[in-house]
Ligand binder design. Sequence first.
Ligand SMILES: NC(=O)c1ccc[n+]([C@@H]2O[C@H](COP(=O)([O-])OP(=O)(O)OC[C@H]3O[C@@H](n4cnc5c(N)ncnc54)[C@H](O)[C@@H]3O)[C@@H](O)[C@H]2O)c1
Ligand SMILES: [Zn+2]
Length: 369
Amino acid sequence: MSKLITVNVNKKPAYDIMLEKDFSMLKGKLVELEYTGKRCCIVCDSNTNKLYLSKFKKAIEGVFDTVVDYTFEAGEERKNTDTVYSIIETLVNNSFDRHDILIALGGGVVGDITGYAAAIYMRGIDFVQVPTTLLACVDSSIGGKTGVDFKSYKNLVGAFKMPSLVYIAIDTLLSLPERQYYNGMGEVMKYGLIMDASLYEWIIEKMYDIHDKKYETLEEMVGYCIDCKKRIVEKDPFEKGDRMLLNFGHTIGHAIEREKNFEFLHGECISLGMVAAAYMSLKKEKISSDEFYEIRDMFVPFNLPITIDNIDPQKILETLKHDKKSNGKTVKFILLKKVGKAYIDETVTDEEILAAIREIHFTEEDMKA
Ligand SMILES: NC(=O)c1ccc[n+]([C@@H]2O[C@H](COP(=O)([O-])OP(=O)(O)OC[C@H]3O[C@@H](n4cnc5c(N)ncnc54)[C@H](O)[C@@H]3O)[C@@H](O)[C@H]2O)c1
Ligand SMILES: [Zn+2]
């Protein structure tokens, strides 16, 4: 069963998200977007190149006048302006003009880089997102945030650039390494916790089918999350208010990512951040201790961590206070009123932050206990 979801920006339809089994429905959509006869450049990383590029090219055969591709070595390390300039060089060398198209075929790294290249080449050309990781399907491909890292600063350079289409082929998720798959589950859990208790219940109920990557379950889960993200980005397309709720778990999560030198994946770090934020919600008497333990323990079956060793809580606190999301002295935290309902809390003290970090810190004493 395929699904089509239209995302509005400023109450006007801006782009469609197509949820399909494979690439077979893409060609018709590209024709509908009037891309026939134009040039396109497909951007991949080394993994999606090997796995999908030739299949993808076959699926869109006959639409474009010229199809070129650009591939970079997989990994966050390449998410920088050098890669963006290399893409631009490919476009220049192939005489791309304002009417030609970029296609991102890969995870969030490919999507963010390609979107940013599309935002700046000739002041903006169309781009299509074809996300191939769970994280990219449920999160990064939707909403128009694009950009690259600068030195050790994540996503420091970027632009809002809406895609002209997001095309998801669920089958691509079957080739994901296990750790990458569960990495995406961190964001899935986030939607349930911040805005949709029925999604949260559904995740618990479908736990085994999620493990087995059962087709109908994957499709339903991705669809569920897209609806959540759509609701938020439509309300707040340029991140002025409600969209901040998506940062649940991210303040402490990002600080851990930085402190651990990106040894842990994003979804793993934000899971730790979500446990810490749930603990703060408990301390603020918004949720009960039963609820806290239930939330915490739900990360475990999805191979997501709930404790971490060898961290310095004080250092994590300092890092997160330097994070671009902190506003003057107070750090805005997204906390839970209950499962399915988050709010912005500006009253969290340093002591409360430290206590929450200590809650997820696994120490030698814990080992002895
Ligand atoms: N723009 C946004 O709103 C937004 C939101 C969240 C995250 N992000 C960004 O997304 C990035 C993380 O995305 P990600 O987790 O997809 O990382 P990623 O793009 O690096 O993909 C993870 C790994 O999976 C491989 N891969 C991709 N698709 C595959 C497939 N189908 N089968 C097998 N292997 C596959 C990749 O080559 C890579 O090695 C970060 O840079 C983050 O900042 C952006
Ligand atoms: Zn995230």
